[in-house]
Design a protein around this ligand. Sequence first.
Ligand code: UT7
Length: 333
Amino acid sequence: MTFAHIKGTGSALPQRILDNAGLERIVDTTDEWITRRTGIKERRIAMMDNNESTTELGSLAARRALEMADIAPEEIDTIITATVSADRIFPSAACMIQRELGAENAAAYDVSAGCSGFVYALEMANNSIKAGVAKTVLVVGAERLSSLVNWQDRGTCVLLGDGAGAVVIRADETEGGILSTHIKSDGRLWDLLYSESGNQPPPESLKGLATTPFHLRMEGNRLFKQAVPSMANIAELALQKNGMTRDDIHLVIPHQANIRILQAVAEKLKISMEKFFTNLDRYGNTSSASIPIAMDEAFRIGRMKAGDHVLLVSFGAGLTWGATLLRWSIPPS
Ligand code: UT7
């Protein structure tokens, strides 16, 4: 049997921090409202001058993951990038990242599944490794949501941030790694969260952000009500499929949309919030990038060790949701 093991993780965040006080100067909002309703204190905003396009952030995260895995770019068979904010409508962000890395032997493509993109991409990576199609797969979640947000809409602009995370996955006969993946969609509700049009180049300043014509639209309250049961049910499904209970889970790494969503999911699953890794106070919602960024941080600060069971759970536009159950493979360095 072949198993797909994560061998390296990496992340890359833009330098510019936009805190809640900064947002108070842009829209009619308060630090108190944002903190109480979402748990977010600050987010990162990508800037052209800092070489922080989706491609550049994704490539930097990927280089860090490759370095941890001690794998050369030429060894990569497949690059899958989860994103809704590629620098161009085409070619794919994955092909642009391939060029940056010099991963000349890879096939590269993008996955669009909203904030669930990374979990969807992990499913594809796992399937292609198990089928013997690929041995080494790079999965990147990279987003520059600041280019899609309406900076006059306080209901959405306070929530989102930019960033990238990546993992390198390798085929291995050792039992473990990705134990199961589960993905679901409901296209009937696509209009709860969508972009009105395509993408545009990174803005050069916050003033430039306000003029972006491609506006993200969201019905936050209805989404919230969909997110909680969807995430809890698919997490339960992952546990059931693996014959595990909540006590077997060492750490939950969820998509970072809203602290209240995570508290409600934790309550439904009867898993303590202490087992939920969160960093949304610092980065907000980075869509497809949120789980790989959180995974990289959690590992680097010692929140999981080889052999630990880790549950990833996501929810996003589409609607899409998903879960992955892992037995962590990387020993501490
Ligand atoms: O990433 C995956 C998909 N995304 C999600 O799953 C997001 C899910 N939704 C949420 O996280 C929450 O619904 C939000 C954080 C977006 C909103 O929180 P809420 O508790 O559902 O608030 P609401 O939309 O019901 O708005 C409550 C009030 C409204 O005022 P009125 O009508 O009660 O007078 C809003 O106009 O809060 C107002 N409001 C704000 N006030 C200050 C909305 N945004 C803001 C703001 N600052 N930024």
